[in-house]
Design a protein around this ligand. Structure first.
Ligand code: SF4
Ligand code: SF4
Length: 206
């Protein structure tokens, strides 16, 4: 199967999450802002998120052959092949949750497909692709723009252990728990643009 490049339109990927209605909601909510939204981050500024089970970055880069076996089997088309900074012209797999999120598929197919050990099979609860962080000022719920917005919490495949709604004084919004796996489903579904919840590398955790 040919792996889609990130700059190509991929209707299947969008359809996976019924992107059409979400796009309309996103456009409506962003238009409702009094201030223009922040600029979309440039690709080179995006967090470096590898597929689930990835070895530590230096080991990952030494092991990954760049053939895209992981991307070929991903049912969510969540794995993009991006040119490596250390070896331009050679690709390595990366996740960009605003484009498509890992859905923690039943087979955890990418890990099993990797021929080189760059992705190592892991139990689902041990996966740590990255960690989601909420921008409280941008979040529709916390900022009061839409007090009922809870897409991130509703769609999280892990549930309350990763993210839950909480009321503080007169406001209600999402708060992170301990068990976020960094799949990016929350980032994908956030109606803000750019998303008010985004997944970062674990090394960015404070
Ligand atoms: S676990 Fe499944 S959905 Fe997630 S990136 Fe791997 S193949 Fe794709
Ligand atoms: S909080 Fe977001 S990134 Fe973390 S597990 Fe839930 S959906 Fe995935």
């Amino acid at each position: 199967m040919r792996v889609p490049r990130p700059d190509e339109k991929n209707i299947g990927r969008k359809d996976f999450f019924k992107e059409g209605p979400l796009s309309l909601l996103r456009a409506f909510m962003v238009a409702a802002r009094e201030e223009p939204p922040k600029r979309t981050p440039r690709r080179e500024d995006l967090p470096l998120l590898r597929p689930p089970g990835a070895a530590p970055e230096s080991e990952f880069l030494s092991l990954c052959e760049g053939g895209g076996a992981c991307a070929d089997v991903c049912p969510a088309n969540a794995i993009l092949l991006i040119s490596r900074k250390d070896e331009p012209g050679r690709d390595a797999p990366m996740l960009e949750p605003s484009v498509a999120a890992c859905v923690l598929c039943d087979d955890l197919a990418c890990m099993k497909a990797c021929p080189s050990g760059a992705l190592k099979p892991l139990e689902r609860e041990m996966i740590r692709i990255g960690i989601a962080k909420i921008d409280l000022e941008e979040c529709f719920a916390w900022s009061g723009l839409d007090e009922f917005c809870d897409y991130c919490v509703e769609r999280c495949p892990i549930g309350e252990a990763a993210i839950r709604m909480e009321t503080r004084e007169d406001k209600r919004g999402p708060v992170m728990g301990e068990s976020c796996v960094g799949c990016g489903v929350c980032e994908f579904h956030c109606p803000d643009y750019p998303a008010a919840i985004r997944v970062f590398e674990l090394s960015a955790e404070k």
